[in-house]
Design a protein around this ligand. Structure first.
Ligand SMILES: [Zn+2]
Length: 128
């Protein structure tokens, strides 16, 4: 097993976009998690994963899995740290997301109300 490898073969692509390293590349790029050289024509999304370079299209499923298992715990812990030190520059992206959140939630609840009204209308019209 090569140094740094976590899995023997590619774990599969991510179904989300994580991009925690904010870089992508058209060059040949090594997925250090499985040892595969991802030399695709398309550009790759590179993440840091346990200190290794991970190609999302190769082993991003591992991050999806972590999110499924720990997403809520990570989110709550991060928000806890934010409320303890809200001026810390590391929370800039979170603050932008929190600003957009009420609009998105309002939009979503409008959709839910419209859908339930439509369902009500259909069931009112349906013969008994
Ligand atoms: Zn890989």
């Amino acid at each position: 097993m090569a140094k740094g490898k976590i899995v023997q073969k590619p774990a599969g692509p991510s179904e989300r976009k994580w991009n925690n390293q904010s870089s992508s590349s058209d060059r040949d790029v090594l997925c250090e998690v499985c040892g595969t050289n991802a030399s695709e024509d398309q550009s790759s999304i590179i993440d840091r994963f346990l200190g290794l370079q991970l190609v999302e299209e190769c082993c991003g499923r591992l991050i999806d899995r972590l999110f499924e298992e720990f997403g809520e715990e990570f989110c709550l812990a991060f928000l806890e740290e934010f409320t303890e030190n809200p001026t810390d520059p590391r929370f800039i992206i979170l603050k932008m997301a929190l600003k957009e959140m009420p609009n998105k939630l309002q939009e979503k609840s409008k959709e839910i109300i419209e859908t339930s009204e439509a369902i009500e209308k259909i069931s009112d019209e349906a013969p008994e």
